[in-house]
Design a binder for this molecule. Structure first.
Ligand code: FAD
Ligand code: NA7
Length: 463
């Protein structure tokens, strides 16, 4: 019998965690050679890192592929690092000392790389290869996968795989709603996916549509970089933070318009009948589950949820009884790196035969129970408790070896956000895994501009 062949799509934090645990267990001799899967990891970017790789590009890249990156310059972690810290590789281990709780993007990327370098994972990734199609062939009982070598601009011969592990992320294809009159709006309209620099908002009046993380950060970043006013428009409920005076919230925008003469501004009308003069529109309206390369019957669809339907353990694809397609990181996220890591170890245990699936009926009932509970989860507290249980369940099933429950940190973080949305990133937490107390940041978030790793480390107290 030949070893199972696995196609791993994407080398962001989720995909890299699969490679990490597989290699760790292999080196520990914990996987019998006959159970060791042969994994091919395809990544369309030129490096591992997923969204944590900053790119200046928007739209399509030099190979005509959709640009994956949604991160902008001046992006600081929106949750405390203590809530995403890997228990077996702490921030203290990586940086050799304490760092503040809310590092900029480059510092988090560096941390991820530190853990991946422990097992020299990069050579295991086939970079600049984009998966173009995945079909399941019942006659062969295999997935047939077509991949494009981007540098050579060449489709490779179709390859057969026993499993497909989809780690392509779901915060990359923007959800772009239409608002009446938007085609005639005289200013710039952009989705947060295409945002790279906040400097162009200096001196402008900005409309932000949306009421979640991207909307919150868009409002704060705009005023940090000199926007004169920001109006946030919500569909369901306002964010209701104690905003600075220059930020306000309105119900859903119903129409936008303006004057086409050079230098003239635009306006927005809201469902309460009020109007505002605006220069720019930022659509912070979230992202789509978008997997165009997956065959129709293998495609996850729907909104951004804590527990998307149809996935056993939030991971195994259930439709049509095809349980050899797995989705990692498809959840809405409070927990991030550690959730992907628990999911990855669970996946590795499954791929290596250490975890056996129950019957289809049991899997469907289990998934349904989680979906039903998620539907009842409304408040941040309930959502955090829900995701904590989800992560702990995965960790228990896969013998993760550490208690990943950091709900107390998340609850405290929510309290800080409610107290003052402009200062919550200046607060400090204690690491559950190193016991280390974080120092205050070198500069408050609302004043910090230089997001480079070099500047961050230099400005850390004690460095
Ligand atoms: P991704 O990071 O999206 O990686 C997916 C990988 O798959 C990419 O490298 C992509 O190139 C590759 N890929 C996609 N399609 C193909 C294909 N067809 N063929 C080959 N490769 C493919 N999380 C936090 O913890 N803290 C934060 O502060 C934070 N801020 C965020 C800010 C923004 C603006 C966004 C959008 C997200 C943020 N996140 C944050 C959440 C982020 O989603 C996760 O931290 C993490 O990056 C998800 O990892 P992933 O591996 O699942 O997906
Ligand atoms: P989210 O968290 O999925 O939120 C999307 C927001 O966009 C949410 O408030 C939605 O309102 C709103 N939305 C979606 N469609 C519309 C329309 N048609 N009209 C008005 N408002 C709309 O995405 P984010 O980008 O904020 O966050 C994604 C990740 O990036 C996250 O993990 C962060 O770490 C950064 P709703 O509340 O559903 O009514």
């Amino acid at each position: 019998m030949t070893n199972k062949r696995v196609c791993l799509i994407g080398a962001g934090p989720s995909g890299m965690s699969v490679l990490y645990h597989l290699e760790r267990l292999r080196l520990e001799g914990a996987i019998a050679p006959e159970n060791l899967p042969e994994v091919t990891c395809y990544e369309k970017q030129d490096d591992c890192g997923g969204l944590w790789n900053y790119t200046w590009r928007t739209g399509t890249d030099e190979y005509g592929e959709n640009v994956h990156g949604s991160m902008y310059r001046s992006l600081w972690s929106n949750g405390p690092k203590e809530a995403l810290e890997y228990p077996d590789y702490t921030f203290e281990q990586h940086f050799g000392g304490p760092i503040p709780s809310f590092p900029p993007r480059e510092a988090l990327r560096d941390y991820l790389w530190g853990r991946w370098n422990k097992y020299n994972l990069k050579p295991m990734v086939t970079l600049l290869h984009s998966v173009q199609s995945v079909n399941f062939d019942p006659a062969k009982d295999k997935f047939t996968v077509v991949v494009k070598d981007l540098k050579q601009n060449k489709l490779l011969d179709t390859k057969d795989f026993d499993f497909v592990v989809n780690c392509s992320g779901h915060f990359s294809t923007p959800n772009v709603p239409y608002f009446k009159g938007i085609e005639r709006f005289p200013g710039r309209v952009m989705h947060t996916h295409d945002l790279r620099s906040w400097r162009e908002f200096s001196g402008k009046r900005v409309l932000v549509v949306g009421a979640s993380y991207s909307a919150e950060d868009s409002a704060l970043q705009s005023i940090k970089f000199g926007a004169t006013s920001v109006v946030c428009s919500y569909r369901s409920k306002p964010m209701d933070f104690r905003w600075p005076d220059s930020v306000s919230e309105r119900p859903l925008v119903t129409e936008v318009g303006g004057d086409d003469r050079v230098g003239a501004g635009g306006w927005a009308r809201f469902s309460d009948g009020s109007m505002e003069q605006i220069d720019y529109i930022i659509l912070a309206t979230g992202y789509l589950h978008h997997y165009p390369y997956l065959a129709e019957q293998l495609r996850l669809r729907g909104p951004n949820l804590l527990y998307p339907a149809g996935l056993y353990k939030g991971t195994v694809w259930l439709a049509g009884g095809n349980n050899r397609l797995l989705y990692l990181g498809a959840q809405d996220q409070y927990y991030t790196y550690t959730m992907f890591d628990a999911q990855a170890l669970w996946t590795v245990r499954y791929l290596t035969g250490a975890i056996q699936l129950p019957s289809s009926a049991e899997m469907a009932a289990d998934a349904k129970a989680w979906v039903n509970r998620a539907a009842l989860s409304k408040t941040d507290q309930e959502n955090i408790a829900f995701q904590t249980d989800f992560v702990v369940d995965l960790a228990n099933q896969s013998n993760y070896g550490y208690d990943l429950d950091v709900s107390k940190i998340f609850y405290e973080w929510e309290d800080h956000r409610a107290e003052d949305i402009t200062t919550y990133k200046d607060r400090q937490f204690v690491s559950k895994f190193s016991g280390q107390q974080a120092p205050p940041p070198g500069q408050p978030f609302m004043k910090a501009i230089d997001d480079s790793l070099e500047h961050f480390l230099a400005s850390c107290q004690g460095k």
